[in-house]
Write a protein that binds this ligand. Structure first.
Ligand code: LLP
Length: 435
């Protein structure tokens, strides 16, 4: 469910007309719905009610300060993966003390920064990393809290680039070697064994892999509790969202119309399946959702530059490009595309929707049928709230886009569009080229 819908002919985000946002702030622009994020958060928290639960929002999905603050206000902590993300949490005035630090290559400087700011735990991925954390903690005269990331070798049935829980991924320590890794960790003087962690992949659209992984790892986690007194288990993120019927899925009626066998994953079903498996452990449970919390809460607004009618093929050329939203180019991902002004008298158009960047991969959709739109009109790429802005780049010397947050009838810029001067501010011409 989300809060993007047509009111009359105009697509709204909550009570705000998106065409007005496009006119006011220009395009391309990301627009996020605060109510959608809050609903997503609350539904997940309610789905697992009864457990001692901490949701740690995987902020790599969308780390704009306003979004972090919004989730912090709802009670979230964060799953972060870099020193930059530690500093973002602090800059947002949000809770670092319940947040966890993941990632396979933490540097000494990042470990130090996180320890100095009271991180809840490091999610460690290898034995050399434990040694490094021990070393940094020793220099600071503290004990570093850790959980080991256990790789359960479960197939998440998702895109190869975002599967993480198979034994041939770079992530975590295989379940078969995890006991030895904990024994090794226990021998370090400056390490405090605090929990266990796993994460099997992203954009999972069925319950089965989650259930399989929890069932597979739970007995080992119970042993860890008995042996080391661990207090928590983080079961990671990965809950998938609707991309194909994105707009329709904002309507509760769409959900009721889905046959039970093929009904997409809901937070309620997730909670119902996992709660009975997790509750008997008597541990604090952490979740690390990223996409689920923000994916369907954001759209990318873009303006049509040209409709180019080719031989047997048309191209809708828009002002957003692969640098603004790289997911279609990188993962062949599908994003629904809808006009900001709906007009049933218009003919249908089948076209490739492409950006202006000079490579063929700069394509948001192939042979997509949508209402005919012309130069100067606006369209929205749906389900763009996760891994959209955070993965953007300046390729082709394009400025990073603006971001706007909507709450009810209120809207505000949360990230001002970058300027060319800001883009080149750190560049310089060396003396040997200019003399
Ligand atoms: N926890 C860990 C340890 C992770 O590595 C990730 C995501 C998450 C949680 C959050 O997963 P989520 O709930 O968002 O599925 N850029 C890709 C997704 C990469 C996900 C990386 N790890 C995309 O655009 O599809």
């Amino acid at each position: 469910m989300h809060h993007f819908r047509y009111a009359g002919p105009n697509l709204h985000c909550e009570s705000v007309d998106l065409a007005e946002i496009a006119r006011l702030y220009g395009t391309p622009t990301y627009v996020y719905s605060a109510a959608t994020m809050a609903d997503n958060y609350t539904r997940l928290a309610n789905g697992l009610a009864g457990l001692d639960l901490q949701i740690c929002y995987a902020m790599k999905a969308n780390s704009s300060l306003a979004i972090l603050r919004h989730f912090a206000n709802l009670g979230a902590a964060f799953d972060l993966v870099s020193g930059g993300e530690v500093r973002r949490v602090l800059a947002a005035g949000a809770n670092i003390k319940s947040s966890v630090f993941a990632g396979v290559g933490k540097t000494e400087a990042e470990i130090k920064l996180a320890l100095e700011n009271g991180i809840f735990a490091f999610h460690v991925e290898s034995e050399p990393e434990i040694a490094r954390i021990n070393h940094v903690a020793g220099k600071l005269g503290v004990k570093a809290p850790i959980a080991i990331r256990i790789n359960p070798d479960v197939d998440a049935h998702t895109h190869a680039k975002i599967t993480t829980g198979k034994s041939d991924n770079k992530f975590g320590i295989p379940l078969t070697q995890a006991a030895a890794a904990y024994e090794a960790a226990a021998r370090y003087p400056n390490i405090l064994i605090k929990g266990a962690q796993m994460h099997i992949g992203s954009q999972l659209t069925s319950l089965a892999p989650f259930v399989e992984a929890v069932k597979k790892v739970a007995p080992f986690v119970a042993e860890l509790k008995a042996k080391y007194g661990i207090t928590y288990w983080s079961i990671g993120g990965g809950i998938g969202i609707i991309y194909k019927d994105a707009l329709a899925s904002g309507d509760p009626a769409w959900w009721s119309a889905q046959p039970a066998e093929t009904r997409p994953l809901t937070p309620e079903a997730y909670g119902e399946a996992l709660k009975p498996l997790l509750a008997p452990l008597g541990l604090k449970i952490l979740l690390e959702p990223g996409r689920y919390l923000v994916g369907n809460a954001g759209v990318l607004l873009t303006r049509v530059e040209f409709l180019k009618r080719g031989k047997g093929k048309s191209f809708l050329i828009v002002d957003a490009a692969m640098n603004d939203l790289v997911r279609p180019a990188m993962y062949d991902s599908y994003h629904e595309i809808v006009p900001l002004r709906r007009d049933s008298t218009r003919a249908a158009l089948t076209a490739d929707v492409v950006g202006p960047v000079c490579e063929s991969g700069d394509c948001f959709a192939k042979d997509r049928t949508l209402q005919e739109v012309g130069e100067g009109e606006f369209i929205a790429l749906m389900s763009a709230g996760a891994y959209g802005f955070t993965m953007s780049s300046r390729y082709n010397t394009r400025n990073l886009t603006a971001e706007v947050l909507v709450q009810g009838a209120a809207s505000d810029l949360i990230n001002v569009r970058e300027t060319f001067e800001q883009q080149i501010q750190n560049e310089k011409l060396p003396a040997f080229l200019t003399k």
